[in-house]
Design a protein around this ligand. Structure first.
Ligand code: SF4
Ligand code: SF4
Ligand code: FES
Length: 827
């Protein structure tokens, strides 16, 4: 733990920890220091130099000066004022005069700091150079507006992990040497650098990345904007609606930004999504997949039919793209009307968490995304992290980059993006169904051998096998040498040569078979035996460890045993454990609803198949609002109850209307259920309108509240050893969404809409004799689906198919576990 210290900034005493950057200390204490290039949780680049301050009388940059006990900081001196003003004048040199139409106008840091530094005249000039516009898929880069602060480069490398951007030569004129004498030192140095570079794609002309759009978000000027948003509105016309992203269980904080559609159409529409990039990044699905609303009106006839269907039904099947309040309404419908509640993904998660709890002693898993950010060692098992949960992947990358950390990534599919996180992240590409061995491996390598249950130790010992390897060893050998000696014959007195055998000891290097012990787990997983040696350096410095577990585990035929092992890891290793909920509110549903195993005879489907379907996608028998049209809360991956708000109006019926008509709800609005969420599960009796939804200056997240984990009685039953499962030996495919997709809701958004395909690595295409664009029949038992094949060069092996496009019918190929063996035939 870092030591607590005190520094003073402009006379104000500030408490912090040793080594924190002065800029962050100032921000946490409400003291303003201008800063352009620095991004919280990323490395300082010193590109802008505007954050100059005086530390104990010496000029330093606040974004990279580390706080020391007793340090005294002054944020304004005559020289600093001069430097900052000159820096802003330089930034304004040749900056195009297009504020009137620029997308950033009104929220531009160049505008703001130009005013802040009171720039009212220009002392500097140089010939401008042509700087072209680039069209990079979702991203529009206007290099003439770019101030080369490098925030885009930094965030892509340190936060996101794609490292897809870099500075490239600008071809600008050289600065006249005379400027050096005439202008403040830092402003000159900044200008010199500015003339030399511009931003380019690492891959060449085109940008090759996972399209999170975080570079757009962090750009302080209008250089990087979304192509879709470009020139559609002025920022000050937009209404910012704070909400939680509805696409995955990270439920990231975001703002839907809305305005009327056009002069003729007063209906509001979402123009863009923004995020508080200093505190939370956002993935591309959240940023670009915002218009998935269901613009429906009240259809009384359909509503009456829905009531009739509810009278007939004995089952409600639903997915986890609903709020906690809706989950509570469904639970009440069950309690009052006896419906069975079917939600496979949440039920699997619930069972996994229950088994985990029985061996960890805690009702909720221990880690959150912040734990990953703070870790020096992170392990991921059972998740295609890049697409399953981008926020978790960003946190993993950030931990590696900022904490000089490392980790292990266990998964059957090779992922070059994960491999590029750093040399200290070692991928273990094991066979499908070997996840049980991966968890035992963690107990073997990281378990506290003093405290682990005896039967586990015995089992781990039983897995040790004796192997021999040819090793070069130095031995001393006795060799007999024949030496000649000259002796004098006593009788004759003559010298004569005699041969004599002498035994000598000589050192010698030989290859010999050497016996050693190794756990059979290494072979089961295909882990190289020197893996721990490779990680030795990182592990020696690691203080915080996080284990990330994903959906491959909850759907695994041995899920129960895997969950128990995860509980043991939580208790007997240094790892805090995170269980990624598979869909946006799977955790909320798992906690709030008593879910059933088997459906009955007549099913109401809510965003799911049924005899009568309620649908927020607008393709059912009665319309429901999409999650960007609802007020309510989600229980996210951080076990946090986060509020979301209405971005777009909805004029149809909602679930609460049905519950009211069925005599189950007496509430006018759905959010009246927020304070009634089950307290025995850790929820608090807080009104929706009283939930905070913000970040503090020091980065503290104040969104809703955290669920309290409860103590759980520990199970005394032994955990089973690794089961021998039948191995796959044919063509295996994986159930996984491509990057930017999560569900039919992301696929409804106009920027993301695409046809579902079979996404295959180059190796898979070669092995199967396929080419991109080919059609294939995929057959599993008596089900056959036909899809087009697309190359995914961001996977290094295997193939996967997603469920975001229901017309493909991919779900029918899988029984639970995310890998399945199929027959594949080119059409
Ligand atoms: S594109 Fe924007 S974020 Fe990137 S260097 Fe230029 S001004 Fe900075
Ligand atoms: S979209 Fe994301 S991954 Fe792509 S360049 Fe920008 S920050 Fe990097
Ligand atoms: S913010 Fe410190 S140098 Fe840019």
């Amino acid at each position: 733990m870092s030591e607590k210290i005190k520094i003073t900034i402009d006379g104000k005493e500030c408490e912090t920890v040793a080594g924190e950057y002065v800029l962050n200390v100032a921000r946490a204490n409400g003291i303003f220091i201008p800063a352009i290039c620095y991004l919280t949780n990323c490395s300082p680049t010193l590109a802008c130099r505007i954050c100059l301050v005086e530390a104990d009388g010496k000029q330093v940059y606040a974004c990279n000066a580390k706080a020391k006990d007793g340090m005294s900081i002054v944020t304004l001196t005559e020289n600093i004022i001069k430097e900052r003003r000159a820096i802003m004048e330089v930034y304004d040199v040749n900056h195009p005069l297009e504020c009137g139409v620029c997308d950033q106008s009104g929220e531009c840091e160049l505008q703001n700091y130009t005013l802040e530094m009171k720039v009212d005249q220009q002392h500097y000039a140089i010939r401008d150079t042509y700087r072209p516009v680039k069209h990079w898929n979702f991203i529009h880069y206007d290099s003439s507006l770019c101030i080369v602060c490098e925030r885009c480069v930094t965030v892509c490398k340190d936060m996101i992990g794609d490292a897809a951007l870099k500075t490239v030569p600008r071809g600008g004129d050289k600065l006249d040497k005379s400027w050096k004498e005439q202008m403040p030192k830092d402003a000159y140095a900044m200008w010199n650098k500015l003339q030399k570079s511009i931003i380019g794609a690492v891959a060449g002309e085109q940008l090759d990345c996972t399209w999170c759009g975080e570079c757009i978000s962090v750009c302080p000027v209008g250089a990087l904007v979304s192509e879709d948003y470009h020139y559609t509105t002025n920022s000050w016309e937009l209404t910012k609606i704070p909400a939680a992203c509805a696409h995955c269980s990270a439920a990231c904080h975001l703002y839907y930004e809305t305005k009327h559609t056009s002069i003729e159409n007063p209906e509001p529409k979402i123009y863009r999504v923004t995020n508080e990039f200093h505190y939370q990044p956002l993935c591309g699905a959240g940023r670009f997949g915002f218009d998935f609303e269901n613009r429906a009106k009240k259809d009384e006839e359909a509503f009456d039919k829905a009531l009739e269907a509810f009278e007939k039904a004995d089952t409600i099947r639903f997915d986890s793209y609903i709020t906690n309040e809706e989950a509570l309404i469904l639970q009440k419908l069950k309690e009052h009307k006896g419906y069975r509640l079917i939600n496979e993904d949440a039920l699997r998660l619930k069972k996994f968490m229950d088994n985990y709890a029985a061996y960890s002693g805690q009702s909720l898993y221990s880690a959150d995304i912040k734990s990953i950010h703070e870790s020096q060692f992170v392990v991921s098992i059972g998740t295609a992290l890049k697409s399953d949960n981008p926020r978790v992947r960003y946190a993993f990358n950030n931990a590696v980059k900022m904490n000089k950390g490392g980790g292990l990534y266990f998964h059957p599919i090779k992922d070059p993006i994960i491999e590029s996180l750093g040399k200290t992240v070692v991928p273990v590409y094991h066979e499908p169904l070997k996840e049980e061995a991966a968890l035992y491996f963690l107990l073997q390598e990281f378990g506290d051998k003093e405290k682990l249950p005896k039967y586990i130790l015995e089992y781990l010992n039983s897995l040790k096998v004796t192997k021999t390897r040819e090793e070069e060893v130095e031995i001393t050998e006795k060799v007999v040498e024949v030496v000649e000696e000259t002796v004098v014959d006593k009788k004759t007195g003559k010298e004569k040569k005699v041969q004599k055998k002498v035994t000598k000891e000589v050192p010698k290097k030989v290859k010999k078979p050497v016996e050693y012990e190794v756990s059979a787990l290494y072979e089961m997983l295909g882990v190289s035996e020197d893996i721990m040696e490779k990680l030795k350096k990182v592990l020696a410095k690691a203080e915080k460890f996080t284990l990330i577990l994903g959906e491959d585990l909850y759907t695994h035929p041995r899920a129960e045993n895997l969950a128990k092992l995860a509980g043991l890891i939580d208790r007997f290793t240094d790892f805090e454990v995170m269980i990624i909920p598979p869909k946006t509110n799977s955790l909320g549903v798992a906690l709030i609803c008593d879910l059933d195993e088997e459906a009955g005879e007549y099913t109401i489907g809510y965003n799911a198949k049924g005899d009568f379907v309620l649908s927020a996608l607008g393709d059912g028998d009665l319309d429901m609002p999409a999650l960007n049209q609802q007020e309510g809360t989600f229980t996210n991956i951080d076990k946090r109850v986060v509020p979301t708000n209405v971005a777009l109006p909805y004029e149809g019926y909602v679930l609460n209307d049905l519950a009211k008509a069925l005599g189950v709800s007496d509430k006018e609005y759905t959010i009246e259920f927020t304070k009634e969420l089950p307290q025995e599960k850790g929820y608090k009796p807080i009104e929706f309108d009283d939930l905070p939804n913000r970040f503090l200056n020091d980065g503290t997240e104040e969104r809703g509240y955290r669920l309290q984990s409860k103590k759980v009685n520990l199970s005394r039953k032994n955990i089973e050893p690794i089961a021998q499962l039948p191995e796959f030996n044919g063509t295996v495919i994986y159930r996984c969404e491509p990057v930017l997709q999560f569900s039919p809701f992301t696929n409804k958004a106009h920027q993301l809409a695409s046809k579902g395909k079979l996404y295959a690595s180059e190796t898979f295409l070669k092995e199967m004799g396929l080419e991109e664009g080919n059609k294939v029949n995929i057959q599993k038992d008596d089900i056959t689906i036909t899809v087009e094949v697309e190359l995914d060069d961001k996977i290094g092996s295997g193939a996967y198919i997603g469920t975001f496009d229901p017309s493909v019918g991919a779900e029918s190929l899988f029984e639970g576990y995310r890998f399945t063996e199929v027959k594949l035939q080119k059409v």
